[in-house]
Design a protein around this ligand. Structure first.
Ligand code: PEP
Length: 251
């Protein structure tokens, strides 16, 4: 499996700036072959972007997905709808949704089930707050988030998933964990996932991403680490040159 570079554009861009960014990335990312590049724009631009991307290798992700397959869920977008629009990935459990919209691990579990039913690869975000880090609770927070989010998922261990470790204190703050500091947390995640399913499942089907204030100056440190399978980028992905340079560091 190739390493993954995923851009999360959040609710930052209007239509014209979204399409402008896609246009620039479509050109620049032709030179990138070592990593898989994916973008997560707002739902409402997915179809237009899919058309604009044409034969580009850039993959599409949603930033969220509904916890149910269909029915009376006003305002929600289902995994099947996203699949039909051409998405390969769906971000689930992003810390901004957990904090600002009270998303729980149980809800995240339902969303992961929906993704896998529709053959979308979930990008499960986990991570601790600053207070939890200060109190030495990072490991226990990660274990609980994973145990609930990945509890009895119907299409596991057959399907691929992505787990993005995003310390909440590092998202959008300019603070980050160094690549070498991630080893211990990757071990915790691998151990937990292996105990829920199997170590073979982790080794063959799970990609471990880091996200939190990554930029092109530090990106190489993460690309060269064999236990890090990719990077999730927020702020720096809004600048086409900066995002391209993050990808270029992997070449
Ligand atoms: C994110 O929102 O997932 C993220 C990693 O943001 P940033 O790169 O801005 O910290």
């Amino acid at each position: 499996m190739k390493k993954l570079l995923l851009a999360n554009w959040k609710m930052e861009l209007t239509e014209s700036s979204t399409l402008d960014l896609v246009f620039q990335l479509k050109k620049s990312m032709k030179k990138i072959s070592k990593v898989e590049v994916a973008i997560a724009p707002s739902f409402i631009y997915l179809k237009e972007i899919k058309n604009l991307l044409g034969r580009s290798k850039i993959q599409l992700s949603s930033q969220n997905v509904a916890p149910a397959d269909k029915g009376k869920y006003t305002g929600e977008v289902s995994a099947a709808m996203l699949k039909e629009l051409g998405c390969k990935y769906a971000i689930v459990g992003h810390s901004e949704r957990r904090i600002k919209l009270n998303e729980t691990d149980e809800l995240v579990n339902r969303k992961i089930n929906q993704c896998l039913e529709a053959e979308l690869t979930p990008v499960l975000c986990v991570g601790e707050t600053f207070e939890q880090k200060q109190q030495g609770q990072t490991d226990s927070v990660l274990v609980k988030q994973l145990q609930v989010a990945l509890d009895k998922v119907s299409n596991l261990p057959e399907s691929e998933i992505v787990i993005a470790y995003e310390p909440i204190w590092a998202v959008g703050t300019g603070q980050f964990l160094k690549a070498e500091e991630l080893f211990a947390f990757q071990r915790t995640i691998k151990r937990t996932v292996s105990s829920l399913y199997t170590e073979k499942f982790y080794d063959e089907k799970v990609r471990f991403l880091y996200g939190g204030s990554i930029n092109s100056i530090i990106a190489k440190d993460y690309w060269v680490c064999d236990y890090i399978d990719g990077i999730l980028v927020g702020g720096a992905s809004l600048d086409p040159m900066e995002f391209y340079n993050i990808a270029l560091e992997a070449e």
